[in-house]
Design a protein. Structure first.
Length: 66
């Protein structure tokens, strides 16, 4: 995945990821968790392929419960 593709995916997914995180955490913690997940995904950007919805959602849930 290119940097531009990653940026597009983040713009598209971020609101949905925040909604998922807010089901488990308060607002500030949800924001932090989504940022942590986006950083983790960025570290894997060379191995990612569109769409990353499922992976991103699972990571957010896992980060929230751990």
């Amino acid at each position: 995945m290119t940097q531009e593709e990653y940026k597009e995916e983040v713009r598209r997914l971020r609101p949905r990821l925040l909604l998922t995180a807010r089901r488990y955490l308060c607002e500030d913690d949800a924001e932090d968790t989504v940022q942590d997940v986006l950083l983790r995904l960025w570290q894997m950007v060379d191995q990612l392929h569109r769409p990353i919805d499922a992976l991103a959602t699972v990571l957010v849930r896992n980060f929230c419960v751990h």
